[in-house]
Design a protein around this ligand. Structure first.
Ligand SMILES: CC1=C(O)/C(=C\N=C(/C)C(=O)O)C(COP(=O)(O)O)=CN1
Length: 456
């Protein structure tokens, strides 16, 4: 068989049930055509996100029984710290409740008003914290990343000329760090090559600019390096992760993805002065430096999840299961982002619904219609997620208007992937019946979480 079978067997099940079309039409109406506002029990196959929705292993659950819930100096903290040092290679670890907790602290300790933070495409919460601290985010990703049909194997790469131009334009003292996301979520889960990371290190080192990784999906990135970068095909995932991060000064991590936990994250740093600043803030926002908003048992589960995540067969299956879904859709002519990403298949809503202008929110409409047809929940990653330009007040109009079918780790089977594929293909065949939406409630920040719409 082309795709490997699951490298695990099931020991516990959580029943899911199909709803009726009538129930789903009522539910999406109540949710204002925003899939974020649906209840979990209204969703049959929930592909909203891979964040916190992953299945833990028996080893991780066993670790939950070993929570040292001491207020300070928990055994589990030292286990987490040891694991981050051994697997990722960073020196200091500040646990946080999830990725945003780390982004909040890093942005506050490293950014001063008027700074510029370059990055390989924006991510919603990452940019929000950078802007909250007075920085301007500057997208320095390769142009190919904004083209859903470009099949470059490393579309997450940094465009070194764009980075150099920014340095020349604003001066390196205005650039505290570059945020290198491995993989790039909104480009379609696209990886950064080791060669590019090395080149970014070389360029930034000359100007005293730090590299801070967004490590959220770093294992998927490592798998793509092993699969697509000749020099790494015989390296282990663990060797690749270690080398990747050796070129950086720190990382923010949402453990809810590649660390295989339902809650958790951390800020990792090598610089002691920055670490000291981080510990001063963590007591304000997350708790003690030795628990960062997490119970001891959560830190134990995260430490064990990190160890499991570098297992080759685990990550091979994970990436291949996503590829399986993507290839079925591609074969049926459904427009998707290529190459297929590590954590999700992204539908290209502009090409799926060319008759709907972007300011009638095609991706939002497509996600709502997919739910009505099949109970499959997906996430809008287009103009609504992009938000408004703080200066002009106008929508950002991203080139990529996408619907993300995000596959949780170790949760769904290939049969579920077939159900998703069949329903997307059916929707594609009837795409001309889909109409645009009007936004009837728009929150001021990160609007995609709670905005409401109605069909035009
Ligand atoms: C690349 C990246 C993310 O994808 C991310 C969160 N992503 C979510 C929730 C998602 O659905 O993609 C975050 C924020 O992590 P958090 O959701 O606060 O644990 C940071 N970086």
């Amino acid at each position: 068989r082309k795709f490997m079978a699951e490298p695990y067997k099931t020991k516990m099940v959580e029943t899911i049930r199909m709803t009726t079309r009538q129930e789903r039409e009522e539910a999406i109406e109540r949710a204002g055509y925003n899939t974020f506002l649906l209840n979990s029990k209204e969703c049959y196959i929930d592909l909203l996100t891979d964040s916190g929705t992953n299945a833990m292993s028996d080893n991780q659950w066993a670790g939950m029984m070993l929570g040292d819930e001491a207020y300070a100096g928990s055994v589990n903290f030292f286990e987490l710290e040891k694991t981050v040092r051994e697997v990722y290679g960073f020196k200091y670890v500040v646990p946080t409740h999830q990725g945003r907790g780390a982004e909040n602290i890093l942005s506050q300790i490293a950014i001063k008003p008027g700074d510029y933070v370059p990055g390989n495409m924006y991510f919603t919460t990452t940019r929000a914290h950078q802007e909250l601290n007075g920085a301007t985010f500057v997208d320095v990703i390769v142009d190919a990343a904004h083209d859903s049909q470009n099949e470059d194997p490393f579309k997450g790469n940094v465009d070194l000329k764009k980075l150099q131009d920014l340095i020349d334009r604003v001066g390196s003292d205005k650039i505290p760090y570059i945020c290198v996301a491995v993989t790039v979520n909104l480009a379609g889960g696209q990886p950064v090559s080791m060669e590019n990371i090395r080149a970014v290190r070389e360029l930034t080192k000359k100007h005293g600019i730090k590299i801070m990784f967004d490590a959220t999906r770093c294992i998927e990135n490592s798998y793509f390096i092993k699969e697509r970068e000749e020099a790494y095909k015989d390296k282990s995932i663990e060797e690749i992760v270690k080398e990747m991060f050796s070129y950086g000064d720190g990382a923010t991590m949402s453990g809810k993805k590649d660390c295989l936990v339902n809650i958790g994250g951390f800020l990792a740093l090598n610089d002691e002065a920055l670490f000291q600043k981080a510990t001063q803030l963590v007591v304000l926002f997350e708790g003690m430096p030795s628990y960062g908003g997490l119970a001891g048992r959560d830190m134990e589960a995260m430490a064990r999840g990190i160890r499991e995540s570098v297992d080759y067969y685990y990550i091979k299956h994970r990436v291949e299961q996503v590829r399986y879904l993507g290839e079925k859709l591609d074969l049926a002519g459904v427009p998707i982002v290529k190459p297929i990403g590590g954590h999700a298949v992204f539908l290209d809503a502009k090409r799926f619904l060319p008759h709907i202008p972007q300011d009638q929110f095609p991706a939002q409409a497509l996600a709502a219609q997919l739910y009505i047809l099949s109970g499959v929940r997906s996430m809008e990653r287009g103009i609504i997620s992009a938000g408004r330009d703080a200066k002009t007040g106008n929508h950002y109009y991203p080139k990529l208007e996408l619907v993300r079918l995000t596959i949780p780790r170790r949760v769904y089977s290939y049969a579920h992937m077939d159900v998703v594929a069949d329903s997307v293909i059916e929707l594609y065949q009837n795409r001309n019946q889909i109409t645009g939406l009007e936004m009837i409630y728009e929150p001021p920040v990160l609007r995609f979480f709670t905005a409401r719409f109605k069909p035009l």
